[in-house]
Design a protein around this ligand. Sequence first.
Ligand SMILES: CC(C)(COP(=O)(O)OP(=O)(O)OC[C@H]1O[C@@H](n2cnc3c(N)ncnc32)[C@H](O)[C@@H]1OP(=O)(O)O)[C@@H](O)C(=O)NCCC(=O)NCCS
Length: 173
Amino acid sequence: MTTIRPFRCDDLFKFNNVNLDPLTETYGLPFYMQYLAHWPEYFQVAESPNGQIMGYIMGKAEGGGELWHGHVTALTIAPEYRRLGLAGKLMNILEEISEKKHCYFVDLFVRVSNKVAVEMYNKLGYAVYRRVIEYYSGEVDEDAFDMRKALSRDIEKKSMVPIPHPVRPEELD
Ligand SMILES: CC(C)(COP(=O)(O)OP(=O)(O)OC[C@H]1O[C@@H](n2cnc3c(N)ncnc32)[C@H](O)[C@@H]1OP(=O)(O)O)[C@@H](O)C(=O)NCCC(=O)NCCS
């Protein structure tokens, strides 16, 4: 049976099987520690009965006024555990936490080329809010979709009204 539990410090030494995926960003240890210290409730891991990490979600709450929102910083599932509904489950948890914190919406950035993830987010009720030019740097820079889903506090779903023109990373609020 799969266990979903809060991420612990020592999980950082066990998640290579998940992070080796090319679409999964790997950050420096202080970055993960900062999330664990500030937003532990937003950092959840799915663990198999043999103790292997199946995937995890890491996020935070930020912004002021009507921009107060939950943010998905990382979501990844190991290849052998995909299509079992795990990512959907972890996203539901992050959304529920954001609802409890009275956030207006949840947002995330995803590579424009990552069709599987974009499809999945669409299915979960997310829509493209704006395109961010060259958000991801690499050998070839790549644009991101900034996708959003309104939560119950945003009754009119104002947070999801798309911006029709692309923006540059330095213009992000
Ligand atoms: C994207 C990712 C997180 C999805 O994880 P997952 O646990 O397999 O997703 P789920 O099983 O919850 O799938 C939910 C829905 O997304 C869609 N979906 C997921 N994988 C899909 C695929 N390979 N092809 C088509 N649709 C897919 C389906 O609609 C699926 O629902 P269904 O199985 O009932 O049809 C996983 O593929 C992954 O870790 N990819 C690499 C990292 C990444 O891209 N992270 C997101 C960056 S923002």
